[in-house]
Design a protein around this ligand. Structure first.
Ligand code: BG6
Length: 490
């Protein structure tokens, strides 16, 4: 494992400090980094929220939540004593800037050190919180602000948020999170592409038939049903996570890992995405919504039942065929699908290479399958390359695909840090390369808004699919029509 260097002392303010994200992801991530010695003893985590909680009550909540959210054996009583000494609680209401006295007092005198405000709140609070930091004189030269997704629900609202935050912070102080960029295997995509000379000559239209991106979840929307209704999978998953995967997969080689070198290449991909017109939408997009079914042998409710039978046309599944209009990718279809309550939690990118131009194995012609490169993102992260090989034995040539299979867990044998562990450390170090720049977020929204408008014009229906399946039938048809099929599921 790479050597872990402590980050310089910091004050990290988590707004939404009692919320789900803070409790389930941020505090466990900080706990791990602290345990690994990356957080200095004088660094402080200041949880802020509307409620007037005592320090002891807050710490009791954190302890309970860590015990609940850390994997078995990871909670350590001795270490907890260290970690808790770094945590402070302060009340701060986004809309009442005069309630921030406690926070102002905690931060006073520490103006020189790295100060990060992490907004783990609804996006409607981003502007008011940034303004509160400013009006209370809490923005220092060494301040950074982290914005969680969703960054708005369309281009207009994203711009409003960016403008409001931009009135208080410079662009290079703003860190927009897409937690997929913090996933080890997503970063491994960069290692695979640019740490090997093998793939680059093949990474283009002349060698690749098509690419599939699947981000499948077996969970439903759960407690977020009210928020999710009216948002849907296109905004929740495609606008950010899937498009980021497409960008990293399809971008030109950047000259370095410098923050702007990578982001400049990603934005070129976003700007090369062919808009999906209303006419295209009918053939090249699928919307689905889960109905009652069974997952891992357990009956689960449909989306409408979870919404207490309120009618809804929100999609919990989306599949798209997209085209990238540039020299490298022209004519190569990129198929994307993501959905909730699918058969399994399974995310991967599958690259299907072109057929051999001519088969020298006439009698087994049908046996020559195209080479596949599968990049498994989760679970069981790894890379698999399938090549044709001859079955041993005298006589004819019986060919079958065999796999060169690399499982990262087996090879490296270490715990995979959660995406937030990496991203929090990057913010504290002041490296924004793994965060989205304003122009990227807005370019992604522009393309997504086009699809939403096309759905409206073409009155695109939401098809029901049974929970525990691989999505609606139309999703298979999307590929069938092109003589192809999804590699996982049907
Ligand atoms: C979030 C979405 O950004 O990503 C959720 O809002 C989704 O709806 C989650 O469940 C998936 O993340 P992961 O890391 O579990 O793949």
């Amino acid at each position: 494992m790479a050597e872990l260097v402590p980050v310089e002392p910091f004050d990290l303010i988590i707004f939404g400090g009692t919320g789900d994200l803070a409790m389930r992801k941020l505090l466990p991530a900080l706990y791990h980094r602290d345990r690994d010695g990356q957080i200095t003893a004088d660094s402080r985590i200041i949880a802020a929220s509307r409620g007037a909680l005592s320090q002891d009550d807050y710490l009791a909540n954190v302890e309970a939540s860590l015990r609940n959210n850390l994997a078995e054996g990871e909670f350590d009583d001795v270490h907890w004593q260290n970690f808790r000494s770094r945590i402070h609680y302060a009340q701060a209401d986004a809309f009442k800037h005069d309630t921030w006295e406690q926070l102002v007092a905690v931060l006073a005198g520490n103006e020189e050190r790295v100060r990060v405000a992490y907004l783990a709140t609804a996006p409607s609070l981003f502007g008011p919180l940034a303004a509160g930091l400013k009006s209370n004189g809490l923005i220092t030269a060494a301040s950074r602000i982290v914005l969680e997704k969703p960054l708005g629900r369309d281009l207009t609202s994203a711009r409003e948020i960016n403008n409001a935050v931009g009135e208080c912070f410079r662009e290079n102080q703003i860190y927009r999170i897409d937690h997929y960029l913090g996933k080890e295997t997503v970063q491994n995509l960069l290692a695979l592409r640019f740490g090997n000379s093998l793939f680059e000559p093949l990474w283009r239209r002349s060698a690749i038939d098509h690419v599939q991106f699947t981000v499948a979840e077996d969970l439903g929307v759960g407690g977020r049903v009210e928020f999710y209704d009216g948002v849907g999978a296109l905004r929740d998953m495609v606008q950010n996570h899937l498009l980021q995967l497409v960008c990293l997969f399809a971008m030109e080689p950047p000259s370095s890992l410098d923050q702007n070198a990578v982001r400049d290449e990603k934005i070129k991909v976003l700007r090369s995405l062919k808009p999906i017109s209303a006419d295209d939408a009918r053939h090249n997009s699928v919307r689905g919504q889960y109905s009652e079914g069974a997952i891992k042998g357990k009956t689960v409710a449909g989306f409408i039942d979870e919404l207490a039978n309120k009618d809804s046309s929100t999609e919990t599944f989306v599949a798209l065929k997209l085209e990238i209009e540039n020299w490298r990718w022209s004519g190569v279809p990129f198929y994307l699908r993501t959905g909730k309550r699918l058969k399994a939690k399974h995310s991967e990118i599958v690259v299907q290479f072109q057929d051999v131009p001519h088969s020298i194995f006439p009698e087994q012609e049908f046996n020559v399958s195209p080479n596949l490169l599968r990049i498994r993102l989760q679970p069981d992260e790894g890379v698999q390359l399938s090549v044709m090989a001859k079955e041993p034995g005298p006589g004819g040539f019986d060919l079958r695909p065999v796999s060169l299979d690399l499982s990262f867990a087996e090879t490296f044998g270490v715990r995979y840090p959660d995406a937030y562990e990496r991203l929090l450390m990057e913010v504290l170090r002041g490296n924004p390369a793994l965060f989205m720049r304003r122009d990227e977020v807005e370019a992604a929204w522009e393309w997504i808004d086009g699809i939403i408008e096309s759905w409206r014009l073409s009155k695109q229906k939401v098809e029901s699919y049974v929970s525990g399946s691989w999505g609606p039938a139309a999703s298979s048809l999307l590929l069938d029509r092109d003589g192809r099929g999804w590699y996982q599921g049907d």
